[in-house]
Design a protein around this ligand. Structure first.
Ligand code: OOG
Ligand code: NI
Length: 462
């Protein structure tokens, strides 16, 4: 009976919480970041009753403190395909295709996340998941050695695979099994101090690209960061040093605005951690590896294709004036160029909506409903205060920002030159499914909200 199953939303929430607990123990600075973000969010809500009110009305206040994303990097098509099946049990599906080769990072990626307004409002946990592009390693000998190491490893426990088969065959998992599934899948995300390759192989991989060393040298795709959501990223960025955390130089994404759009992100640098490499005699030799970090993000409205191309154009414009240096030396100039460029992006919800730049969720104000002038049309109903509109939150990622995040934790000296070579069909073949189009998804949420208004208001023209 399906009702005996734990819902995929519950499994996702349990997994997200378990992962956060594990990462807090593995990387204590992440715990500090959570404390800082909680304090800033509290203060922001206290200072802005309108924001609190809007978040409450759109059912998104509760989700914010629980909200986070993480990232992993897998090595083979088989690993990616199994990850897709595992995430599906948690109600997470691949949305979007991100090519990072353009930015000198030999991966392509998707984000596994819940889709649809209801699942998102229950728990919007997402995992940015990258697949290594061995085809972009130039040295053929090294490429084949790396492939062999990856082909020989098994990143999932037997029990996780067994429960996965059972979930698919039976259409879900009962309580105890679901919790065992969460615990077993967590093993794949765990950090292992013992490397799977010797120090010499690690060095060759590292010389080819630091990211390749990170993916190939270990037994599994350890979670490399977790990112809580803040309501005021500028405040968190400013306060990080007071909490003993050094932030990266610039906040990625759009500038600070009254009406937040898309996504702004910043991170603290990856830690250098002790690892153990096996030698030919089976002894362990100490070494170091840098991979795991912490990140924070502030989310704004999801943009339509028209809004998104305006965003992309203005960002490119700012970056053509000042390219942000990794050492932070031109951060003020960059900030200035960014806010100058974004003067052309309306900073008013009405205007963003009127110009068709963003997606909104529409609702009927029940207290005003007796005044409905049937046939008035959507614009008149909005003007009369009968229909309200709220920005739909952007749930996805941004390739230029993601590249900046990758770079900052790979070491600032590591901008390898790679030819841009997006290959979405190769990615989807590996995944074993097509990725969902993010714009379609937001358009669907907007359309469903309008349909609900129509239902409530009868024959009114919307
Ligand atoms: C993923 C970097 C991208 C984001 O928030 O844009 C990312 C990685 O470093 O594996 O997480
Ligand atoms: Ni991230």
């Amino acid at each position: 009976m399906p009702t005996e199953f734990l819902s995929s939303d519950e499994i996702r929430a349990a997994f997200s919480a378990a992962l956060s607990d594990m990462y807090r123990k593995e990387v204590p600075a992440y715990g500090t970041l959570l404390t800082l973000v909680a304090e800033v969010n509290e203060a922001t809500l206290r200072a802005s009753p309108e924001l609190r009110d809007r978040l409450e009305k759109t059912d998104s206040l509760d989700r914010i403190s629980e909200e986070r994303h993480g990232a992993i990097r897998v090595g083979t098509p088989g690993e990616l395909a199994t990850m897709r099946r595992i995430f599906a049990v948690m109600g997470m599906y691949p949305v979007g295709y991100y090519d990072l080769s353009d930015a000198g990072v030999p991966v392509h990626s998707t984000a596994f996340r819940p889709v649809g307004a209801a699942a998102l409002s229950l728990n919007p946990f997402r995992v940015f998941t990258s697949l290594l592009r061995l085809d972009l390693i130039e040295d053929k000998g090294l490429r084949e050695r790396a492939r062999k190491v990856l082909d020989d490893r098994q990143i999932f426990t037997d029990e996780a695979l067994d429960l996965l088969d059972r979930a698919e065959a039976g259409g879900g998992l009962r309580d105890g099994d679901a919790m065992r599934f969460v615990a077993e899948v967590l093993e794949t995300f765990r950090w292992h101090r013992g490397a799977a390759v010797d120090a010499e192989m690690y060095r060759s991989l590292h010389d080819a690209h630091r990211l390749i060393a990170d993916v190939v040298s270990f037994r599994g795709p350890h979670i490399n960061h977790l990112t809580p959501r803040t309501l005021d990223i500028d405040a968190v960025q400013r306060l990080m040093p007071e909490y003993g955390i050094t932030p990266k130089a610039v906040i990625e994404g759009p500038p600070s605005r009254a009406c937040p759009i898309l996504l702004r992100q910043t991170s603290f640098k990856a830690l250098e951690e002790p690892v153990l490499f096996p030698d030919a005699q089976g002894r362990m030799v100490e070494g170091r590896h840098t991979a795991r970090f912490g990140e924070i993000e502030q989310r704004g409205i999801a943009l339509t294709p028209k809004g998104r191309s305006l965003y992309d154009r203005l960002l490119a414009e700012a970056r053509s004036v000042v390219r942000p240096a990794a050492d932070g030396s031109n951060v003020d100039d960059y900030r200035q160029a960014l806010s100058q460029a974004f003067k052309s992006f309306p900073d008013d919800w009405h205007e963003i909506r009127r110009q068709g730049l963003g997606y909104f969720s529409y609702s009927v104000d029940e207290s005003q409903i007796s005044d409905v002038n049937r046939g008035a049309g959507l614009e008149a109903l909005i003007a009369a205060g009968i229909v309200h509109f709220d920005p739909i939150v952007y749930e996805d990622f941004l390739p230029v920002s993601a590249a900046g995040i990758f770079q900052s934790n790979l070491g600032d000296d590591s901008s390898a030159e790679l030819a841009a070579s997006p290959n979405r069909s190769m990615f989807e073949d590996a995944l074993g499914a097509a990725v969902i189009d993010e714009f379609e998804h937001y358009r669907g949420i907007e359309a469903a909200s309008l349909a609900r208004c129509r239902e409530r208001l009868g024959e009114v023209e919307l």
